[in-house]
Design a protein around this ligand. Sequence first.
Ligand SMILES: [Zn+2]
Length: 431
Amino acid sequence: MSFFDEATETLPREQLAALQLGKLQAMMAELWGRNGFYTAKWQAAGVQPSDICGLDDLAKLPFTKKSELMADQAAHAPFGSNLTYPVEAYVRLHQTSGTTGVPLKVMDTHESWDWWGRCWGHVLAGAGVTAADRLFMAFAFGPFIGFWAAVEGARKIGATMIPGGGRDSRQRLELMRDTGTTVLCCTPSYALRLAEVAHEIGFDIGAIPVKATVHAGEPGASIPATKRRIQECWTAKCFDHAGASEVGAHSFECHVQPGGTHLIESEYIAEVIKPMSGEPAAPGERGELVITNLGRWGFPVIRYRTGDLVRVNQERCACGRTSLRFEGGILGRADDMVTVRGVNVFPAAVENIILTFAEVDEYRITVSKLRQMDEMDIEVELREGSDPDLVHEIAARLDAMLAFRPRVRRVAHNALPRFEMKARRFHVKLD
Ligand SMILES: [Zn+2]
């Protein structure tokens, strides 16, 4: 059993709430009059820091949307006005992955970068990482924040961090073997890709003593079929983690699985709302995660609408942590859902069916309209020697879940793209 900070991780919930409130009040006092974005936002809403006397008062504050941060940054280029301190106080600049549109720049001070490291310390300790471990980061270290903060987390724990940027999959496998890597950090898609490359080139993956894989960037590590597959490929325990450039590294899986992902409640406050109305969701109901980070005073987000769908479980975890858990991790994105023939389809749910077929190496889904009819096409790459009738079986299994039958077609090996970050396997062409 390993904790990063056992005292806060096992705090009784009332004390945890008191800790959160104290941090929130101190942060708001610091921001008021200094942070242009939030001062203007709260003034427009008629609230000020002294109005927040309890956590229930959080509801008095307006939500923050990504579109507002984007617009603010465009209006106050290049960094926007969500800066609490003069620009020279900042030591790191990153930007969102920019898979959709213009990337958002995010900045950290010395203190807030240290806070990112603490958050990742929680993530890694949850996966059982200790000072004896060697972590390999299979990640291209560019401006996307991704695993940069994981590097700081590894340092806090005292583990050895091996950067895996600037090399291809074969070179990464060799470096992992040669360094005796015990923990692999990458996206779920890329963990599977590395295993696939090992198979293609006849590399003995068993020569790498990996005991755990820690994932970020995609929800896959909490999708049961994907998780199982990663664990089988690497004969290692697979741990999910979620976060975002504009929010921080906020939740992680402990060894109790499947138990969901723990929110680091000493550093974040979570609310769950109904995405359409913005009203609070009922306890245990699936809804959109709204998050407030408490340790990034230089570039905070307060009541930030993440667009991520979660379901909260407040039961105490067998690991001893008292923090709430998101059952099944991030369940999808509020804007991910597509309606096909009147059925709400979530990409994660479809992936969970497709990847139960061990013969499927890669897949791509395209939703389109054909003669006024919604169609779902699925291309699959199957392992050599697979039964050609498998495509019918996949279609039948999806039919049972979705109540309509998608078209499933086999494509040649390596015909579909592979991904290192932010896999895009779901395409919608409806209009
Ligand atoms: Zn736990």
